[in-house]
Design a protein around this ligand. Structure first.
Ligand code: HEC
Length: 454
């Protein structure tokens, strides 16, 4: 039911833009299928909760309560209704009315699933027939490596989180024991104990030259450093597509930028990185990059009580396949849109909105495109990122709507760029991937792509 078809064959810029702003007309169909009978936990709600919630809401993970069983879920029914109806849970902030809608590991609920939960709560949250209950979802022991045995384990120094107090932000460093440049095949951040898992809100890892001046920010990028991997609660291992790797240069230090929070007892936050490497001397066909792109063209200048817009642009000098989009702002962050400006000489079909996402500083979400939609772009494409900051009292996270805010590293300062994940293509690979995409799209499926018409 997702509205994704329109990216396929674009007739004209007008047709494309027209289609972009049509909201999905699913409202009428929302409750179909569940209107005529009682909605129960075991039959209707448990499958949704198992798919979209228990990844975080289970014992030992960082969400505040387990949602594994009816007994777990029942006391939270009202709160669950409120959070899912407001699309606050599961955390996923992509605007569903425009752009690509096909992502890897998308936990978000469709309108029908939300309607089912709302109806279940409104009808008294009945359990239903225990025989309808799906088997509990199995999880690998979260203290095991999901990438298999790593070739390298980088352990960061222990950080002791006090029982109470404000959130802790900062950087920790460790050596990376390699003597020549290597390529990462798979990487995973893990916390070594269930207790540690509870206190780690985010941990972003980089390869850097040495200690950084940044602090007060859990996800600030670094000068000359390379982003390796992001970790947030519920995040699994990153395994890159075949023939793809992330460059790990010899002589760098590993840095983890952390955001930790207190949970009522003293906890040792041990964080480590497990890395599987491609064999020595092997250079993968594609190097996967993830960088902070399209920085605002002007200094951020956001007077108290206002909403400000900035624009940033990055030119891709080679053809590319874009594989991920992650908005980055701080607490005034409101929304970000990611658009492509194609290098067409003529006047038609030169831009395309790829995605817009609302923003909540508590959740730094990466949106990974499914292979069949990952935008394929020609050399000379410009990434255009539009960022809105809300420094008014309408932004609930804004503790200080009277004050001016500008650029800076601290959480109370602002930023506005995107983490973009991509790999470069040769002209030949680009043509080949485009041809494969067209072939796919000529079939009656909902595959899409942001590629330019040739
Ligand atoms: C990525 C991890 C994650 C996923 C997936 C997730 N949650 Fe949460 N949830 C959290 C965290 C962390 C909190 C506490 C922070 C907050 O309230 O935002 C939370 C808070 C909540 C709360 C508020 C609890 C309170 O103290 O009032 C409810 C209700 C909730 N989640 C329901 C759900 C439901 C229902 C789903 C699935 C449809 C879901 N969550 C999916 C991580 C997650």
């Amino acid at each position: 039911m997702r509205l994704v078809r329109r990216f396929i064959a674009r007739g004209s810029a007008l047709a494309a833009v027209g289609a972009l702003f049509v909201a999905p007309s699913v409202a009428a169909a929302q409750t179909q299928g569940t209107t005529d009978r009682q909605v129960t936990f075991t039959k209707d709600v448990a499958p949704i909760v198992q798919r979209s919630c228990v990844g975080c809401h289970r014992p030992g993970e960082m969400a505040p309560m387990s949602l594994m069983t009816y007994e777990d879920v029942r006391p939270w029914a009202r709160s669950i209704k409120a959070r899912v109806a407001a699309r606050e849970m599961p955390p996923w902030h992509i605007d569903r009315t425009l752009g690509l809608q096909s992502f890897k590991d998308d936990p978000s609920l469709n309108d029908e699933e939300i309607a089912t939960i709302v109806k279940w709560v409104d009808s008294g949250a009945p359990r239903g027939n225990p025989a309808d209950m799906p088997p509990a979802r199995e999880f690998a022991d979260s203290s095991q490596w999901q990438i298999g045995k790593p070739d390298l384990v980088v352990k960061f120094p222990t950080y002791v989180v006090p029982p109470a107090g404000p959130d802790q932000f900062g950087n920790l460093y460790a050596d990376i024991p390699i003597d020549s440049d290597r390529y990462i095949q798979a990487i995973q951040t893990r916390t070594t104990t269930a207790q540690a898992r509870k206190v780690v809100h985010h941990a972003l890892s980089y390869a850097v030259d040495g200690p950084q001046e940044t602090n007060g920010d859990d996800s600030q990028g670094v000068d000359g450093g390379q982003f390796l991997v992001e970790y947030a609660s519920g995040k699994n291992a990153e395994v890159y597509p075949a023939d793809t790797g992330v460059l790990l240069q010899a002589g760098k230090k590993a840095m983890v930028s952390y955001h930790l929070h207190s949970v009522g007892e003293e906890v040792k936050a041990d964080i480590e990185l497990g890395i599987k490497l491609h064999p020595k001397g092997y250079v993968p066909k594609h190097i996967r990059w993830s960088k902070q792109l399209a920085q605002p063209t002007v200094d951020l200048d956001i007077p108290g009580g206002t909403v400000a817009r900035t624009d940033g642009y990055t030119v891709l000098h080679k053809p590319a396949r874009i594989i991920a989009f992650q908005p980055h702002m701080h607490i005034r962050g409101k929304r970000q849109c990611f658009e492509l400006i194609y290098p067409t000489a003529g006047s038609s079909a030169t831009t395309e909105i790829i995605n817009c996402a609302n923003f909540n500083y508590n959740w730094h979400l990466t949106y990974n495109y499914k292979d069949e939609v990952a935008p394929l772009v020609p050399a000379g494409t410009i990434l255009h990122v539009i960022t809105w900051h809300d420094n008014s009292s309408a932004n609930k996270a804004n503790h200080d709507p009277k004050n001016w805010v500008g650029d800076g590293q601290r959480t109370i300062d602002e930023m506005g760029f995107s983490w973009i994940g991509w790999y470069d293509l040769t002209e030949e690979e680009y043509k080949q991937q485009l041809a494969e995409r067209k072939e796919l799209q000529s079939k009656p499926v909902t595959a899409t792509g942001g590629q330019q018409q040739q």
